[in-house]
Write a protein that binds this ligand. Structure first.
Ligand code: CDP
Ligand code: CDP
Length: 218
């Protein structure tokens, strides 16, 4: 089978990671959630806020393990659940705007995609990390639907949340991510936009699988 990379970008809670994971599993590819990496560095920053970012990224040890989904370890501690909490979510876009942080993570991400066969989701995957990805998807959905989805997520995880605060957080983060100086969130010229508002997870997944199969079978 022809090996390809798939880049999935888009704003917060558009469904990127849920669908990227399913696509990877159905196509026998590796799934990488880059947002989790920025969240893990944010957790390290919150623990040692006085450290400058260059020193921080040199000191920490990040490990990504793919085992039926992605687990992320910060200095050998499994932080996969901890990084979803509100303190991390509130600070992650600030940390992700730092040059030293982006250089470190983009380097790791490019190593992971060098051999192809990866579905990677984030904000700058199609534009910076794998600009030559065989398939690029830009996933969007209305802010209200995204906030409703995230509310359900948080309730399931036992994280305190209400709809109005989630709308605010999503709008604030999208604005920061789209207007930052380094690698802002922007749709790559050759990305295919999918508006998932009102679409089921299954329908979005099937659409991306069909696009991928066209490229793989060509
Ligand atoms: O899942 P959710 O939409 O809440 O966000 P995420 O994918 O976990 O990403 C968290 C934050 O990390 C984003 O709001 C961005 O600030 C940053 N990020 C980034 O800058 N570049 C990426 N490739 C992935 C995430
Ligand atoms: O990765 P990203 O922040 O873009 O979104 P996500 O964490 O994958 O999706 C947020 C929530 O929306 C998850 O609970 C998904 O199950 C849900 N979702 C949905 O209900 N319908 C879709 N078409 C896509 C995602």
């Amino acid at each position: 089978m022809k090996k390809i990379n798939i880049a999935v970008d888009g704003p917060a809670a558009a469904g990127k990671s849920t669908i990227a994971r399913l696509v990877a599993s159905e196509l026998g590819m590796v799934y990488v959630d880059t947002g989790a990496m920025y969240r893990a560095i944010t957790l390290a920053h919150l623990a040692q806020p006085v450290l400058d970012f260059e020193t921080l990224v040199q000191k920490i040890n990040l490990k990504i393990v793919n085992d039926n989904g992605q687990k992320i370890y910060l200095n050998d501690e499994d932080v996969s659940e901890r990084i979803r909490e509100n303190d991390v979510t509130l600070n992650v876009s600030y940390v992700a705007s730092q040059k030293a942080v982006r250089e470190k993570l983009v380097g790791i991400q490019q190593e992971l995609t060098a051999a192809k066969g990866v579905v990677m989701d984030g904000r700058d995957i199609g534009t910076q990390v794998i600009p030559d990805a065989e398939l690029k998807v830009y996933m969007i959905a209305s802010v209200t639907e995204r906030a409703e989805r995230r509310l359900k997520d948080n309730q399931q995880r036992g994280i305190e949340a209400n709809f109005e605060d989630l709308v605010k957080d999503i709008e604030r983060r999208d604005h920061l991510d789209m207007t930052r100086e380094i690698s802002p969130l922007v749709k790559a010229n050759d990305a295919i936009e999918i508006d998932t508002t009102g679409m089921t997870i299954e329908a979005v997944k099937d659409k991306i699988i069909a696009l991928a199969r066209e490229i793989i079978d060509k």
